[in-house]
Write a protein that binds this ligand. Structure first.
Ligand SMILES: Cc1ncc(COP(=O)(O)O)c(C=O)c1O
Length: 407
């Protein structure tokens, strides 16, 4: 008798990896098939809406390809890109820069930095709510996610007392996402100073994810935490996906700052990993220098569109009884709180089926137990947002009066 294969068992380390942003798509597909008019508020990709990549970046890649830059590049990146990233670090005032490396999106820089640091059983402080990539990478590494609270009552700023209470002898680093995904909030300088103090006291590395640093509103200034210290080991992550409207390029980078002597072994480990995966996409790296040093005039236009959409979002959501929203100050996300009596995942799925409006449930980003939220991406055009918020408002009202209602 021919022996068949047993079902192939995936590794246990993949069991807890979830990516809620894509999970809701299954329900959205059902709703679409059922004939609903869909409004997608779950996609953090500006190119899915009325934003486009600056042309000079595209042209620089075409030129690079025609010039034959289609082989492997040096593992840390091409010299002109690394120099441009150092220049950017300088403009941001990041102190004591040791090294920079170019990666396949900021995502790969984050993965390399975590993989080179954390051992099985050690823990990393990650913001709660925060971006799910960190959870996924830590699961892969069989390391422990140590979630610290962002305080909704304090405009979603990190709670320094909660951070300190969660540090133990196996805590290696603290992750900051500034401005944050999913709350859309920029951190104040005092909070950054407070985090540096904790890092010094407990010898933690700081990972600062600044992928939305140029998308800040109301004339607020983004401060890189690396600009506030030269004695703390800091990894600053950024890339072309958000501020430079090119997520499909998959180009990001890491900036390593701090005292060289203390960092040397860790830097060597990171460089070892960059060599093991050969290099980031070679011709695409030729967009980095034109992006960082070329015309920046897309940025005021993007910010002003986003601010208008932020205002609509903030006003319309807060006008709904049972929904309250902290005012986003950066990125393109809002994370309104929902007064509901069921898990937000169920509530959001109900909303999608009934209205065709697709946010992501708060639970997918982590949140304080007992609270419920949804994440809204406010990249869509104002008319679409208005439609979405009217439908959400109708749904909330119908649902509050009668939880079984489908409107
Ligand atoms: C906070 C945060 N970090 C990193 C990323 C991924 O960036 P990249 O496209 O450069 O890999 C995202 C994407 O949404 C994000 O929101």
């Amino acid at each position: 008798m021919e022996k068949g294969w047993l079902p192939v068992e995936p590794a246990q380390r993949t069991r807890d990896i979830r990516y809620a942003v894509r999970d809701v798509l299954l329900v959205a597909e059902e709703a679409k098939k059922a004939g609903k008019d869909m409004v997608y508020l779950n996609i953090g990709d500006p190119l899915a809406f009325d934003f486009s990549t600056p042309l000079h970046m595209i042209e620089s890649i075409e030129r690079a390809m025609r010039a034959g830059h289609n082989g492997y590049s040096p593992s840390s990146g091409i010299p002109e890109a690394m120099e441009a990233i150092r220049g950017e670090a300088d403009r941001k005032g990041i102190r004591a820069v040791n090294d920079v490396f170019v990666t396949y999106g900021a995502s790969e820089a984050i993965e390399i930095a975590l993989s080179s640091l954390v051992n099985r059983g050690e823990n990393i402080l990650v913001p709660n709510p925060g971006y799910p990539l960190y959870t996924a990478v830590l699961s892969k590494l069989e390391a422990i996610e140590n979630p610290y609270l962002l305080d909704e009552e304090n405009g979603w700023q990190p709670s320094l007392s909660d951070i300190e209470a969660r540090i133990d002898d196996k805590t290696r680093a603290i992750v900051l996402i500034n401005p944050n995904n999913p709350t859309g909030v920029l951190y104040g300088r005092d909070i950054l100073e407070g985090i540096l103090e904790l890092a010094r006291k407990h010898r933690l590395i700081v990972f600062s994810d600044e992928i939305y640093d140029k998308l800040v509103f109301d004339d607020l200034e983004h401060v890189s935490i690396g600009a506030l210290a030269d004695d703390v080991p800091i990894l600053t992550f950024n890339g072309l996906s958000k501020s430079y409207l090119a997520p499909g390029f998959r180009i990001g980078w890491g900036i390593i700052s701090g005292r060289a002597g203390e960092l040397q072994n860790y830097v060597n480990a990171m460089l070892q990993l960059t060599r093991a995966r050969l290099c980031a996409s070679h011709p695409l790296q030729y967009a980095i220098k034109p992006a960082l040093e070329g015309p920046q005039d897309h940025l005021p236009a993007v910010r002003s569109k986003l601010m208008e959409r932020r205002d609509i979002t903030f006003e319309r959501l807060n006008a709904i009884e049972g929904v309250s929203c902290v005012r986003p100050t950066g990125a393109f996300y809002a994370f309104p709180r929902l007064e509901i009596n069921e898990p937000d995942e169920e509530w959001v799925k109900g909303l999608i089926r009934a209205t065709g409006v697709v946010p992501v449930h708060g639970d997918g980003f982590g949140q304080k137990p007992g609270t419920a939220h949804m994440r809204i991406v406010f990249l869509p055009q104002p008319e679409l947002l208005e439609t979405a918020y009217s439908r959400i408002s109708d749904y909330v009202q119908a649902h509050r009066n009668n939880p079984a209602a489908t409107i």
